[in-house]
Design a binder for this molecule. Structure first.
Ligand SMILES: Nc1ncnc2c1ncn2[C@@H]1O[C@H](COP(=O)(O)OP(=O)(O)O)[C@@H](O)[C@H]1O
Ligand SMILES: [Mg+2]
Length: 233
């Protein structure tokens, strides 16, 4: 049977592509060596490996917070090596979001204001930003905490606010560094559900973790050992 072109399944879009990435620091120590892999929309990838192996350095490069010493890194097909600082910052703000172990909410802002932060550059009205942020807070189960400041929220609630903030502007790439590291197992599982839920919104999700039960839930697993990256599955 002939299948019309439009309805043929397409392989997921490549969001991030690393080609022979190396990263050295001034000390001459090579922290990443010849790293190549692709990340696709709707897929999740765990990054595991011993402490000091280069996981955070790799995440920094993926997040355009750091630049490789050599090799090519492309986001949505755009090669980042030649970009000016302003263009890199813009690409990061528009396409990439982060969730860190330590939540990093702005202490003097309420939950809804924290979630609305990434929309500030969008040129939308505060009313519109607040509505979107409130909808995102509802998705993470916290509509009743909209006006709470971080210091009155539990760790699990703070990380759910951080996930809402990460997803509110519909990023293509969600980068998480030990996102469940400060949470008990019940909250960890709930936060991971929310993070992995971003796949259905077309996000490529990356989770750096020490926890095998977290890595297991990701579709793919990369192991970093002494700056080299191998695919475990
Ligand atoms: N800015 C930096 N300057 C010098 N060395 C660094 C820098 N950032 C990381 N490193 C070194 O790179 C190695 C890998 O660090 P990192 O990526 O943080 O590992 P991981 O996240 O896997 O624990 C470590 O030896 C660390 O000391
Ligand atoms: Mg680290």
């Amino acid at each position: 049977m002939q299948v019309p072109v439009e309805s043929q399944p397409t392989s997921p879009r490549i969001v991030a592509s690393l080609d022979r990435i190396c990263r050295s620091f001034a000390s001459d120590q090579r922290v990443l060596s010849d790293v190549s892999f692709d990340l696709r929309s709707g897929e999740s990838t765990a990054i595991v490996g011993p402490s000091g192996s280069g996981k955070s350095t790799l995440l920094g490069i993926l997040g355009l917070l750091d630049e490789p010493t050599s090799g090519d890194y492309a986001v949505n097909g755009l090669h980042t090596a030649g970009l000016r600082d302003r263009e890199r910052t813009r690409l990061r703000r528009e396409r990439i979001a982060f969730v860190f172990q330590a939540f990093h909410l702005v202490p003097h802002l309420t939950a809804v204001e924290n979630v609305a932060e990434p929309l500030r550059i969008s040129g939308r009205s505060w009313q519109d930003r607040r509505e979107r942020a409130a909808a995102e807070l509802s998705r993470v189960g916290l509509p009743h905490r909209a006006w709470a400041r971080p210091n009155v929220l539990s760790g699990g609630e703070q990380q759910r606010v951080a996930v809402a903030r990460a997803l509110v502007a519909a990023p293509d790439l969600l980068l998480c560094d030990e996102p469940t590291g400060n949470l008990d197992s019940r909250n960890a599982s709930r936060v991971l559900d929310l993070i992995l839920g971003a796949r259905t919104r077309g996000c490529a999700v990356v989770v750096v973790t020490h926890d095998p039960s977290v890595a297991e839930r990701c579709g793919a697993e990369l192991v970093v050992t002494d700056g080299r990256v191998e695919r475990r599955r």
